[in-house]
Design a protein around this ligand. Structure first.
Ligand code: GTP
Ligand code: MG
Length: 195
């Protein structure tokens, strides 16, 4: 998809604040600082519409980005950030669960994994959650620019096996620093928009 028109329409923490348009939604999930917001920016061709930061925990609410009056990307706060309090972790958990489990417009979760490392315990817990609730996933192994090309397949295999990926869930290489993986990611997203 060639993106011309993007609107950041709202930050939500409760269901009554979710947008009412009814377009298909794709939510980003991943460790804090893994590159979720960067993924959105890359896919929509904007440098910094979704706020990114080298300090983890930048994204705190569900942020809905309306793309071409056709779909929403939903930027979600990352998990696994050790310095948040127990109570804000619980609030986080409730907010995410309420959205992921209850949202009928959600077509797939785009789970972002760091290609450099095996999936963390939190990555696996997130993925198992999606499997448990039968939520389709598109798994994006990002920061591929940090790994020499000759090692991509080996790292991909570690991600695939570490998550115990369902056959129906694609695993794609991506980089927000280099133009890489965008077209393939759009193909998977557009396929699920039509379902
Ligand atoms: P939270 O909102 O805190 O959960 O983080 P996030 O997952 O949205 O991460 P964000 O997109 O803010 O990126 C975190 C850091 O990683 C930033 O410094 C980005 O520039 C960097 N980064 C993201 N993607 C890539 C990538 O593909 N390659 C490289 N080299 N750096 C990346
Ligand atoms: Mg973010």
């Amino acid at each position: 998809m060639k993106v011309h028109n993007v609107e950041m329409i709202m930050s939500a923490v409760r269901p009554e604040q979710y947008p009412a348009e009814g377009y298909p939604e794709f939510a980003l999930a991943g460790r804090s600082n893994v590159g979720k917001s960067s993924f959105i920016n890359k896919m929509i061709g904007r440098k910094s519409l979704a706020r990114t930061s080298s300090t983890p925990g930048k994204t705190q609410t569900l942020n809905f980005y309306k793309i071409e009056e056709q779909l929403f990307f939903v930027d979600v706060p990352g998990y696994g950030y050790a310095r948040v309090s127990k109570s804000s972790r619980e609030t986080w958990g409730r907010m995410i669960e309420e959205y992921l489990v209850g949202r009928e417009h959600l077509r797939a979760v785009i789970q972002i994994i760091d290609l450099r490392h095996p999936p963390t315990k939190d990555d696996c817990a997130m993925y198992d959650f999606l499997v448990h609730y039968n939520i389709p996933a598109i798994v994006i192994a990002t920061k591929a620019d940090k790994i020499p090309r000759g090692k991509w397949e080996k790292h991909k295999k570690i991600v695939r096996e570490g998550l115990n990926l369902r056959k129906s869930d694609p695993l794609l290489l991506f980089s927000s620093a280099k133009p890489m993986g965008m077209d393939e990611a759009w193909v998977e997203i557009e396929r699920r928009m039509e379902l």
